[in-house]
Design a protein around this ligand. Structure first.
Ligand SMILES: NC(=O)c1ccc[n+]([C@@H]2O[C@H](COP(=O)([O-])OP(=O)(O)OC[C@H]3O[C@@H](n4cnc5c(N)ncnc54)[C@H](O)[C@@H]3O)[C@@H](O)[C@H]2O)c1
Length: 308
């Protein structure tokens, strides 16, 4: 992850200095960075000038040397609490006090990590997704000690380099992994119960409801489908699959108040008639464009049969 993020920063014109656990690993990391960035430029995915900037990435022999003049310290060591403590503590001792320090942790609680940072008001989570060069979303996760101005600076910085940050709380898995893992567990259960093969589940996910996800999240999709319809479907799921499909009371309350989604003018969001008509037209325009793009792209090798 560190290399992909370093590539993003360098391509955006930011001065980057990286370090790894040993001098040898640091040297190899820089070589890999230059190589992968050149590969992206040769494949036409990155402008040649952006790839050139990777060559300007500096290295340091240790944490102190890497962060001594930093405005932003990005920590991406393995997901081990003791190691994160050690590295974040070393970073916060060596970095200027005004430097913002962020961790790319996927799951560790922010308050736990903030405890190892001197001046913890400048620390928060900055959770990127693989591959970081191309995935636009980044979760920004404040600890309870994080200064709100630091959160604003982090969000502005990410927007300025073309990312799409969302501020989320520090619950288990934050937001993205919690939802992604819930989806994955249900996918596993569908295969275990013999409903479909892994390939068929993948096809259903990407070509049915997943087809919408580049444009809409679950709340907008539910508003367009109808919240009353969702309640009926969830009742059947609960009868067959149990408590995990229990309808939360606030969904019942919305429907009881007549807020059944876009068709009624209100659901999770509100819509005038014109706004709803515009939304549906824009939705259709995007779906048609996506279908066209999918047809133009060459077929992708998705792996062969024969696994579990
Ligand atoms: N892999 C993913 O898809 C993904 C996605 C989002 C977030 N993350 C998070 O990013 C972090 C890194 O994950 P990864 O998959 O890139 O791990 P990784 O093992 O591929 O890379 C970790 C890097 O840290 C280096 N390192 C280890 N000890 C070090 C030390 N003492 N000082 C300096 N560098 C040291 C390693 O040599 C390696 O280069 C984790 O917190 C992980 O949860 C990973």
């Amino acid at each position: 992850m560190g290399l992909g993020v370093a590539e993003c920063f360098a391509a955006a014109g930011i001065d980057v200095r990286l370090t790894d656990a040993t001098q040898e690993l640091t040297r190899e990391a820089r070589e890999q960075l230059v190589k992968r960035t050149r590969g992206h430029a040769e494949a036409g995915l990155l402008a040649a000038e952006a790839a050139e900037r990777a060559k300007a990435v500096e290295t340091a022999d240790n944490t102190e040397g890497a962060v001594g003049n930093a405005e932003l310290v990005f920590e991406a060591v393995p997901e081990d609490l003791d190691l994160k403590h050690e590295i974040l503590s070393a970073c916060s001792e060596a970095a200027p006090t005004e430097a913002v320090i962020v961790s790319n942790t996927s799951s560790l609680p922010m308050d736990e990590l903030a405890g190892s940072v001197e001046h913890p008001e400048r620390f928060c989570g900055m959770h990127w997704f693989n591959p970081p060069e191309w995935t636009p979303g980044v979760e920004v996760i404040p600890a309870s000690t994080t200064d709100s101005e630091v959160v604003e600076r982090v969000v502005e910085f990410l927007r300025a380099i073309g990312k799409r940050p969302a501020i989320v709380g520090s619950g288990p898995g934050f937001v993205a992994n919690r939802i992604q893992m819930a989806l994955f567990l249900e996918a596993l259960r569908c295969v275990e119960e013999g409903l479909a093969s892994p390939q068929e589940v993948d096809e259903v996910v990407r070509s049915c409801f997943g087809f919408r996800l580049p444009f809409f999240g679950p709340f907008q999709i539910a508003d367009m489908a109808g919240l009353d319809v969702y309640i009926s479907v969830l009742k059947t799921l609960k009868e067959g699959l149990g408590e995990r499909f229990e309808v939360p009371s606030w969904l019942h309350e919305l429907v009881e108040q007549g807020c059944t989604g876009a068709k009624s003018g209100a659901g999770f969001l509100t819509y005038s008639d014109e706004e709803r008509d515009r939304l549906l037209l824009e939705r259709d325009r995007r779906y048609a464009a996506l279908n066209e793009l999918l047809e133009r792209l060459p077929p992708m090798e998705a792996g062969r049969d024969g696994g579990t």
